[in-house]
Ligand binder design. Structure first.
Ligand code: CO
Length: 459
């Protein structure tokens, strides 16, 4: 049986270990080698890479993509997209989503992995449709979580819906690394029995379950697994590519990866890792195993947020109480997956409930918007009393939030004006207005400087 690999070093590993601070020039020298490794795909764009390029790295994200494409003509390039939220957390109108997908494909993307934090398929529909129209591969991603309503039946139903939208692969996306090996086996097996398209598993090493989870997923027939080259693997990142390839080959699986090429890639990234460890951008803590998420059933990132919040208010003595309140708030909200931004919303509400000594005395505007239905459909039922408290007699929104939005591309194009030289620039501006505007302004100034320099030289 064949098992294929998606390499995450350029996106998720980069994002999870060093806050997406890897500049293009740092990995340019290994791209042609990576193109020969035999990966199913290179996850290299989307997620936080776009924001980071504009905000910290003084790079045009679109140009980065085009350069990677040029150096890797043979490997599929993959990006992560948050459905109707694109790369952020607010909902964009459909014309913007379509334009973003279209330009992503035109600039070099082959596979778009599309997910919604609430698993509301209406929020991925438009992005999937546009991906297919542009001839790229749409991978529908299920935000994996645990709750009484998130059972095999629910995941199978979701996968079938994604398949009927036209998704060519289904990814189980365990963002918090909380999926155990038996759960992976059962979920993959159920999906393989009920959908025809290939199944992909994405997990993290955070809790130490990663390799066992991938192993059992493969035994259940998982077609593609996400891994990171070993020097950028482990902890909050993915499991090591070479280790999984070595083990699966030994077990008789058909693995197309070239081990010598993988060694070259790893040798390239080793000194980069050493440099980031030394300059402090890579904190050794994120490389270690943290089983707290298993004990408390909340993701590691959410736990550290809770600790930070309570420490700031000098209320760490309430930690156990807040931990007990967290699943109750989650239940009241209809069991949303604890991923950004829901993890923060649930955490803050649980903290408020405990610190004020009265449940829902204060309700954040985000939680109110969620209850109104502005984030999408809640996975389960929202507590009736809480709903009434927020909505009164008003009914929750039944349509997609994006249906209430005016088209946005042309308006943004006018707004940013001459600073934007292309539709790609306009999309950067729509996605991250302040960062993109600053970036485009600086680019303009640099151009003028070069120009005056040229004149000086002639004189
Ligand atoms: Co991830």
């Amino acid at each position: 049986m064949k098992v294929q690999f998606t390499e995450t070093v350029l996106r998720d590993a980069n994002q999870s270990l060093i806050a997406t601070r890897l500049p293009y020039k740092e990995f340019e020298g290994i791209l042609e080698t990576m193109d020969r490794a035999g990966y199913y795909s290179l996850e290299c764009w989307g997620g936080a890479t776009f924001d980071s390029c504009l905000r910290y790295l003084d790079e045009d994200p679109w140009e980065r993509l085009r350069k990677i494409r040029e150096k890797c003509p043979n490997t599929k390039l993959q990006m992560l997209l948050r459905g109707q939220n694109l790369l952020g957390y607010k909902h964009y109108p459909d014309d913007v989503v379509r334009k973003f997908v279209q330009k992503s494909v035109q600039n070099g993307i082959d596979i778009i992995r599309i997910f919604d934090a609430l698993n509301d398929v209406r929020n991925i529909e438009v992005a999937v449709d546009e991906t297919l129209k542009n001839g790229a591969i749409a991978s529908g991603a299920i935000s994996y979580t645990k709750s009484p309503i998130h059972n095999l039946e629910a995941y199978v139903k979701l996968a079938k819906e994604m398949e009927s939208l036209g998704c060519q692969t289904i990814c189980i996306k365990d963002m918090a690394g909380i999926m155990g090996p038996q759960e992976a086996y059962d979920t993959v097996k159920a999906l393989k029995e009920n959908v025809k398209v290939p199944i992909v598993l994405h997990t993290h090493s955070t809790t130490g379950l990663g390799m066992l989870t991938l192993q059992k997923a493969v035994e259940a027939g998982c077609d593609v697994i996400d891994t990171a080259i070993s020097s950028f693997s482990g902890g909050t990142s993915q499991v090591p590519t070479e280790t999984m390839a070595y083990a699966l080959k030994q077990e008789g699986y058909d693995v197309a990866l070239d081990m010598d090429v993988l060694r070259e890639i790893n040798d390239f990234f080793k000194p980069i890792k050493a440099k980031y460890l030394e300059n402090g951008q890579l904190n050794p803590v994120v490389l270690s195993t943290d089983t707290d998420a298993l004990n408390y059933q909340v993701p590691g990132g959410m736990l550290s947020n809770l600790v930070a919040q309570l420490t700031a208010q000098n209320k760490m003595d309430k930690f156990e109480e807040v931990l007990a309140e967290t699943p109750r708030v989650r239940k009241d909200l209809g069991y949303p997956p604890l991923v950004t931004p829901m993890s923060q919303m649930v955490g803050v509400q649980a903290t408020t409930n405990v610190l004020l000594g009265e449940r829902y005395k204060n309700i954040s505007k985000e939680v109110k918007a969620y209850i109104r239905g502005e984030y999408g459909r809640a996975p389960g039922e929202i507590d009736k009393d809480l709903q009434k408290k927020v909505l009164g007699d008003e009914a929750p929104m039944t349509c997609r939030f994006a249906d209430t939005l005016e088209p946005g591309f042309e308006k943004a194009k006018k707004e940013i004006g001459a600073l934007a030289k292309s539709d790609e620039d306009v999309l950067s501006y729509i996605a991250f207005p302040a960062q993109a505007e600053a970036f485009l302004k600086e680019r303009e100034e640099k151009k003028h400087n070069t120009f005056s320099y040229a004149i000086t030289k002639v004189e």
